[in-house]
Write a protein that binds this ligand. Structure first.
Ligand SMILES: C[S@@+](CC[C@H](N)C(=O)[O-])C[C@H]1O[C@@H](n2cnc3c(N)ncnc32)[C@H](O)[C@@H]1O
Ligand SMILES: [Zn+2]
Length: 169
């Protein structure tokens, strides 16, 4: 009996080793642009609780399964998360994260061919107390020509040319 007979859908995605980092998520079938690929699931916790869980991980640790939903709530995909937690960051992604009715989805922003790795731009928030080496800690390894070098947003400031005065505002 084939899948059509049972009514079951062939899987759209698989999780396997990624050249970007650790595990990644790959298309098994062609995913048309605009497809709602997967919901980002996990336990919903306060920012305080997320800090309590992970702040001790150390300044050099950039690994996170947290997704900030709003100023009150963080989704911790390390608890009750699904495959969405393995989608890696890229500076030229084929997906985007979309928040709708307090839920987070990953949608395809272009057609994705079988075997391609799924990615979205994490745009991790900078924080007031970030150390000076924060961009090195959150360095992006997407390796693309337009890689901005960091998973953080806004992008790192380009160094000022030597010997020139800054413009006073
Ligand atoms: C949600 S996880 C993605 C799954 C991850 N590859 C794994 O195996 O657990 C997010 C973490 O993966 C790593 N990561 C994802 N995309 C990356 C990239 N483009 N460059 C460097 N590290 C990346 C970072 O450590 C990031 O905090
Ligand atoms: Zn990049």
């Amino acid at each position: 009996m084939n899948r059509a007979d049972t009514g079951a859908q062939a899987p759209l995605l698989e999780v396997r080793d990624s050249p970007l980092h650790g595990l990644g998520v790959f298309a098994v079938r062609r995913i048309p642009r605009g497809t709602r690929v997967i919901e980002y699931l996990g336990e919903r916790v306060s920012h305080t609780e997320a800090d309590r869980r992970y702040d001790h991980d150390g300044a050099g640790d950039n690994h996170t399964f947290l997704f900030i939903l709003d100023s009150h709530t963080v989704i911790d995909a390390g608890v009750d998360g699904n495959e969405a937690r393995f989608v890696n960051h890229s500076c030229e992604p084929n997906c985007e994260s979309v928040i709708e009715s307090q839920r987070v989805y990953i949608d395809a922003i272009r057609t994705i061919e079988p075997g391609e790795e799924l990615s979205y731009d994490y745009q991790l928030q900078r924080e007031a107390d970030d150390p000076p080496d924060i961009d090195a800690v959150f360095a992006c390894r997407c390796g693309l020509e337009r890689c901005r070098g960091s998973m953080l947003w806004p992008p790192p400031r380009a160094p000022r040319p030597q010997g020139r005065r800054g413009r006073r505002r």
